[in-house]
Design a protein around this ligand. Structure first.
Ligand SMILES: CC(C)(COP(=O)(O)OP(=O)(O)OC[C@H]1O[C@@H](n2cnc3c(N)ncnc32)[C@H](O)[C@@H]1OP(=O)(O)O)[C@@H](O)C(=O)NCCC(=O)NCCS
Length: 158
């Protein structure tokens, strides 16, 4: 297993993985191409014998000072529970520090238990804001993206 910056030829596999993975929204290929063209340094690939088994995309926020936003993280089902997502997030934190950021944020659907555990285990805290409601013992931003999902904002100060 290895982790590194995603290569342009890996974008179709990243797109397929995102589309095939419950818990993240799979976008059209051109979205990953645009992200790679403009935020490619922050697009990470996890590989097993050269084959793509996971990815992560983040970027420094222009609207929240000092914040690096962790957008999507996905691991192929047969490669989970091997510590790969943890490695990808820790690598993203290193990239965030290198970009001068002082905090990392991610939003997680309150129903996504593995992802909630992932961020909690890595030292992230609930930083949900606005008109929050209590769900499952967590402060949650109801329908934050307008797509019918209730989101927890996780934050780790670097
Ligand atoms: C969430 C996801 C990225 C975790 O990937 P992973 O490589 O299996 O995670 P790791 O092996 O690095 O696990 C790190 C920690 O996450 C938590 N975790 C991971 N999978 C879990 C599960 N199925 N149930 C509960 N906790 C889980 C644990 O705390 C784990 O630490 P531990 O192994 O010491 O117990 C993966 O399940 C996935 O791709 N899910 C679908 C996409 C998704 O939901 N992405 C997140 C959107 S915000």
């Amino acid at each position: 297993m290895s982790i590194g910056t995603a290569r342009v030829e890996e974008l179709p596999a990243i797109c397929r993985l995102a589309r095939d993975t419950d818990g993240i929204v799979g976008h059209p290929l051109h979205v990953y191409r645009i992200l790679h063209d403009h935020f490619g340094r922050f697009m990470l690939a996890a590989r097993d014998h050269g084959e793509l088994v996971g990815f992560q995309q983040g970027f420094p926020s222009t609207e929240r000072e000092g914040v690096y936003f962790l957008w999507q993280v996905g691991i192929r089902a047969d490669s989970r529970k091997n510590g790969l997502a943890g490695e990808l997030v820790r690598e993203a934190e290193r990239l965030a520090r290198g970009a001068g950021c002082t905090a990392v944020q991610a939003t997680v659907d309150v129903r996504n238990v593995p992802s909630r555990s992932l961020f909690s285990s890595l030292g992230y805290r609930n930083a949900s804001f606005g008109d929050t409601v209590e769900i499952d013992g967590e402060s949650v931003m109801p329908d934050y993206y307008g797509s019918g999902t209730d989101q927890i904002l996780f934050q780790k100060d670097l």
